[in-house]
Design a protein around this ligand. Structure first.
Ligand code: SAH
Length: 403
């Protein structure tokens, strides 16, 4: 049966915080520093409403943590604090202030960055991005969707960042999995839905009501400038989306081509090129087909960037994902002239850094090329990696010199 949820964390649940009892395996997980407890590790959560703030206790009733509870997700418990929480709203406001202060320390050369990265900012289930004067957010859990919590984080973000507008981005699949009422993307404050932002001196368009994910791929910001350092000659940006890599490479190269299968993405990429007065050739194509055709023509590029979508969305897809990465990297290597640069990325959490390196090593062996690793990189620092929560580290970006 489908339920529509309007309650979640309410004032009354704050007064008498209910307790979720968990089995030893879940308790050990929390003690190991992780912040999730799976439903199969829950011993008793009878009568606890969706999205409630709960105390988490072991089988004997010993307090372990304060957490948000979901009645629907396989991740039943997401730890909020290792201490009892008496005033949730004050805690949320403090976490937002801390997240913003962290960005002030680690983010530079941009007015677009991730302001809140869910578990890694101790705000499980909330993603907030800033694009110049616009904020975009996504809620991933029952608790973050409850009225009290939404009102609290929206008010705090507004006070601290004074955006012209705030847009909510809805992923219908996530709302369905969390048994949340189906919502739609749109502005929740202000009137403005598009803007331009700047990163590393490159200007880019942002439309809060279009695009994939929460807009641009902000996690690649530091990798764009790293790749640009080595760029020269003729460059190919495969899976270019709005042209993030291509536009960073353009000032250093004689020619740049961006490839993507999405026409709307390429239209924005073309507008971005115009905004920066750059000439980039955009090709709408399936990257696998295009690379196969180009590889048959032999080495012709000095830089190839590969930044495909996540091939492994679950562990089950790992083998086929690795085959996909192998094929792409193999073909990219065939395209590169001696002395060329390969920038190869994977945003699949399930593909470990070691497995990804191994795929590239395998590809290099097959095509008899020597690769020297110039940089072994990950996501930009506004997407913090929380140690003991491996799921917060997902992006891999390797830069090789190919001979
Ligand atoms: N490099 C980009 C982000 C890439 S996201 C940046 O820095 O902003 C992955 C992109 O791959 C998306 O734009 C998607 O449209 C594109 N894509 C997915 N499958 C594809 C395929 N088979 N061939 C070409 N592009 C594809």
């Amino acid at each position: 049966m489908r339920r529509t949820l309007y309650y979640g964390v309410s004032q009354s649940t704050l007064i008498s915080t209910p307790t979720v009892k968990i089995y030893k395996r879940g308790a050990d997980r929390i003690k190991s520093g992780h912040v999730w407890v799976y439903r199969s590790d829950v011993l008793n959560a009878d009568g606890i409403p969706p999205g409630a703030l709960v105390k988490v206790a072991d089988e004997r009733g010993k307090f372990l943590a304060s957490a948000f509870y979901s009645t629907a997700s396989q991740i039943a418990v997401r730890v909020l604090s290792r201490e009892p929480v008496s005033d949730l709203q004050t805690l949320l406001r403090q976490r937002i202030a801390d997240a913003i202060a962290y960005r002030e320390r680690v983010v530079s050369h941009t007015d677009a960055y991730r302001v809140i990265f869910s578990e890694a900012d101790f705000l499980p289930g909330l993603i907030v991005d800033r694009y110049n004067d616009l904020l975009s957010f996504q809620v991933l859990t029952q608790a973050m969707d409850s009225k009290v919590v939404r009102d609290t984080f929206l008010a705090e973000l507004t006070t601290r960042l004074t955006p012209a507008a705030i847009a909510e981005r809805v992923d219908p699949r996530i709302r369905e999995l969390e048994q949340l009422s189906p919502g739609s993307s749109g502005l929740v404050a202000g009137q403005k839905s598009s803007t331009t932002f700047t990163m590393n001196g490159i200007r880019l368009n942002y439309d809060a009501l279009a695009g994939q994910k929460t807009g641009a791929f902000l996690d690649q910001r530091e990798n764009y400038s790293a790749a640009a350092q080595y760029a020269r000659g003729k460059a190919l940006d495969v899976f270019c989306y709005h042209g993030g890599f291509a536009l960073h490479l353009a000032p250093h190269c004689n020619s740049v081509t961006g490839v993507d299968s999405s026409r709307p993405a390429l239209e924005v990429a073309d507008q971005n090129a115009a905004l920066n007065q750059r000439e980039v050739e955009w090709i709408e194509a399936n990257a696998f087909d295009l690379l196969r055709d180009y590889a048959a023509q032999g080495p012709q590029y000095d830089v190839v960037v590969l930044d495909p979508p996540a091939f492994a969305k679950s562990r089950r897809e790992l083998d086929s994902a690795l085959r996909g990465y192998k094929e792409l990297n193999l073909r990219a290597l065939k395209l590169l002239r001696p002395g060329g640069i390969l920038v190869t990325c994977s945003c699949s959490y399930h593909v470990s850094p070691a497995a990804f390196l191994e795929v590239v090593a395998d590809s290099a062996r097959d095509v008899h090329r020597n690769l020297r690793l110039l940089e072994n990189r990950g996501q930009a620092k506004d997407h913090p990696i929380l140690l003991n929560v491996p799921e917060t580290a997902y992006l891999k970006c390797l830069i090789f010199l190919v001979s």
